[in-house]
Design a protein around this ligand. Sequence first.
Ligand SMILES: O=C(O)CCC(=O)C(=O)O
Ligand SMILES: [Fe+2]
Length: 342
Amino acid sequence: MGSLDPSFIQELEHRPKFNMVEAEGIPVIDLSCDDYLPSRIGDACQTWGFFQVINHGVPSDLRRRVEVLAKEFFDQPVEEKLKVKRDEVHPMGFHDSEHTKNIRDWKEVFDFFLQDPTLVPASCEFEDKELRELTNQWPADFPEFRSVLEEYARAVEKLAFRLLELISLSLGLPADRFNSYFKEQTSFLRINHYPPCPQPELALGVGRHKDGGALTVLFQDSVGGLQIQRRSDDEWISVRPVPDSYVINLGNAMQAWTNDKYWSAEHRVVVNTQKERFSIPFFFFPGHQVNVKPLDELTGELNPPLYKEFNWGKFFVMRNRSDFKKLDVENIQIDHFKASDK
Ligand SMILES: O=C(O)CCC(=O)C(=O)O
Ligand SMILES: [Fe+2]
């Protein structure tokens, strides 16, 4: 990636601190022990919006094969990777200039949808009802990359549905309350590769952001770098890697469905001068047709809805607008749908 281009440089207030206070970590929840699982998950969703799971049922050997193939993919010369480059027509594939909050991230990624093709609105204009079919791009001479990643994505999707059901139970709702929103899901799996960075004090691997969808199921390797903002006091806390675990965090849609009971925490990734890092998030996103609003069961006279209804597909398309260029406007955020903005 060469030396630090000005497009990577964060505003002073958003640059990482390297003398961070070590705080008590986010909860680690053992999914093999059934006792009080919904209530433990509910507490974590409320206090942190983040937790880690162990004994999650995703085969470790399958995940290790993905890690090996991911390294093989990113180690290729850039010309090879550019053969599956993302663009506005094919928004899945390889990309090395993603912008979060309009500052370039120090990373490269490979993305693919769980459902191929995936249907999304053709534009972010509200009146435009036209849809567009998006398809995946796979490296032509690397069939194992595709088959192993697709198998892995299905295993992680299973875990995501189990967590969705536990979250629903934790809210006192039927286990399958959210399931119908995911029939035509827009979920995708991403591999993030963060190369060593010559000036990690100026840039971020991923700038501060909240994930958009229901929840994210993320594997991180042992290097570390993920930080989350604590709900209680806005302090940045490192998420220390736990071997063979997944980091789970809630997205904007879950925060809106639960009317702010559960939290979608701001997070970011710091980089370092020495070690490359890989992480593999699965973004569990509803179908494009789903209109997201606080659930009737969780709102009432004493607890009025805090968000206006928004269409997931339009939100998804708007969010992705800044993927290819630096925009002059702030990208769409959940706060733009706060009911008090009326
Ligand atoms: O790499 C990580 O640990 C987190 C990445 C992330 O937040 C994202 O891709 O949305
Ligand atoms: Fe994220």
